[in-house]
Design a protein. Structure first.
Length: 94
């Protein structure tokens, strides 16, 4: 599984990432992505952009929720926030 780490990324940067993703060829159908972030606005915006690109996105706002989601359906890639209320984002995908 690939892991991307988000700590203090602005929504402007998230928009730029989404724009970059939009210019790339679509991934193969059904590619799974786990997004873990307690910033609901960031989470929703980036998830929506990735879904438009063909990703199947699972969102979680905590380490506990991310662990449960990853156990239920292991993702191919994860985007995690390092500072969550219940722990480090990397703990969610270990």
């Amino acid at each position: 599984m690939s892991i991307l780490i988000r700590s203090a990324v602005s929504l402007a940067l998230a928009g730029a990432c989404a724009a970059t993703a939009a210019s790339q060829p679509a991934p193969r159908a059904g590619r799974s992505l786990l997004m873990v972030d307690d910033d609901q606005v960031f989470l929703a915006r980036v998830a929506r952009a990735m879904e438009r690109r063909g990703y199947v996105v699972t969102m979680a706002a905590s380490v506990a929720a991310a662990k449960a989601a990853a156990e239920a359906a292991p993702p191919e890639c994860a985007v995690v926030d390092m500072r969550l209320e219940d722990g480090n984002g990397l703990d969610a995908v270990r």
